[in-house]
Write a protein that binds this ligand. Structure first.
Ligand code: AMP
Ligand code: MG
Length: 414
């Protein structure tokens, strides 16, 4: 089949490409599954989570010290209180605290009836079964009321939350040991090219090591995608055809690299048109212009250009939004990152450009984003040494020193 005969979007802007990809990916939302909380880190919460009860469930002490009645605290000078017992975290048999009395208490122990304040142990002098307290202590201090963290019924986490370590802690504090999350995306990664040799195998003349296997495979893993398998394929249309069909049967997404431009051995566009459907080919970006997106059966196919930097830039700018959408991730809270340029930038073309750049914060708290010198799309060093991809919008040909630009953080920037 001739690629020219099929209808698909082409030559669109970065923003238009993203919108199209997100619209298609929305039709490929993944089902939910129940998993053990232990395995839920970086999974996507499938439903809103409300606190099932007050957390903490009971008023307790925030410090190690003495529980007492705030009304007994001295206004001036010092006073003595009678020590009538003790309660430790996990204990449940504290005596009632009456006027002029106190109970030794540890952090997390339930506040005894009658007590409403805790004075820390470092601030009192113990003298047998009495303690001495100086003026200046605050009634109600060092206590944690029931429901201080979450009130029963509070909306605690929204559906679409990418679960962090702290959020797993929240779910555990609600007593959840299992949780409904979106199923992980399954991907097959295909790297194509006659010149590619696996890392570990010596290079012949004209050969290079298959680095995309690791940079793209690493990005898939970074974003929680399950890599079903990787295959390296020669630039042979029959082999590619079989591999694409098999990959589409085994995975939710097929990610390929290489063979999407207009070279003699660039078979991906015509193959995708033949055995599937092209949604989009060629985006007004640099690097990564020949990016190809479509589907084979139920699988979404992302064919990235072979140049290592193009692959990473198109993954972060165009594949990631699809992953977010398929997983139902709520991206509304995601930050748009901006920083200032320490020197002017000129751009001659009318495409959006991703420049590899480092990020620094000066003593005034201003963030600066500085493009690296090596910007070739085949130069992995550019991305290896970078913190971010700085985005020069397609309609900007001149950016003055000090102007504010957007950037995409590279994974690992923290
Ligand atoms: P292509 O998109 O197939 O025209 O490849 C563009 C450039 O990227 C060529 O210089 C390829 O040798 C290089 N390239 C393609 N695939 C890979 C890969 N998996 N790892 C490293 N470089 C690659
Ligand atoms: Mg190639």
């Amino acid at each position: 089949m001739n690629v020219e005969q099929t209808a698909y979007a082409t030559g669109v802007s970065l923003q238009q490409a993203r919108e199209l990809i997100i619209a298609v990916a929305a039709e490929h939302r993944l089902p939910t599954e129940i998993v053990a909380l232990e395995t839920a880190l970086h999974r996507v919460l499938a439903a809103d989570m409300h606190a099932p009860f007050d957390v903490p469930g009971f008023a307790n002490s925030a410090m190690d010290g003495f529980a007492l009645r705030g009304a007994d605290l001295p206004q001036s000078g010092e006073c003595a209180l009678q020590l009538i017992g003790q309660i430790f975290a996990g204990g449940d048999n504290a005596p009632l605290v009456g006027v002029g009395e106190c109970v030794r208490i540890t952090t997390g122990a339930p506040l005894p009836h009658g007590a409403d304040s805790v004075v820390i142990k470092e601030s009192v002098r113990v003298d047998g079964d009495r303690i001495w307290i100086n003026a200046g202590e605050k009634p109600g201090a060092n206590t944690r009321p029931a429901g201080e963290d979450y009130r029963g019924g509070d909306l605690a986490l929204r559906a679409g939350t990418l679960l962090s370590a702290a959020q797993l802690g929240t779910l555990a504090s609600f007593g959840c040991d299992t949780i409904a999350v979106t199923r992980r995306i399954r991907a097959v990664l295909l790297t194509t090219g006659d010149e590619l040799v696996p890392a570990g195998v010596p290079l012949g003349f004209g050969q290079i090591h298959d680095s995309n296997r690791f940079s793209l495979g690493g990005l898939l893993r970074t974003f929680g995608v399950e890599l079903v398998r990787h295959e390296h394929l020669r630039d042979d249309p029959a082999l590619l055809r079989t591999a694409l069909l098999r990959a589409a049967r085994d995975a939710d997404i097929v990610l390929s690299s290489g063979g999407v431009s207009a070279g003699e051995a660039d078979y991906l566009p015509s193959l995708l048109a033949e055995i599937g459907h092209i949604h989009l080919w060629k985006v007004r970006i640099k690097p990564g212009m020949p990016f190809l997106f479509g589907r084979i059966g139920e699988a979404l196919v992302f064919s990235l250009p072979g140049n290592p930097v193009s692959g990473i830039a198109t993954f972060l700018s165009l594949v990631r939004p699809a992953l977010d959408t398929m997983l139902g991730i709520n991206t509304s809270a995601r930050k748009t990152w901006r920083a200032r340029l320490p020197s002017a930038i000129q751009k001659r073309h009318s495409r959006s450009e991703f420049l590899r750049a480092t990020l620094t914060c000066d003593e005034n708290g201003t963030l600066w984003v500085t493009p690296l010198v090596k910007q070739g799309s085949a130069m992995l060093r550019g991305v290896s040494d970078a913190d971010v991809l700085l985005i020069v919008p397609e309609d900007k040909h001149e950016l003055a020193q000090g102007s504010v630009v957007e950037f995409l953080p590279l994974p690992g920037l923290a």
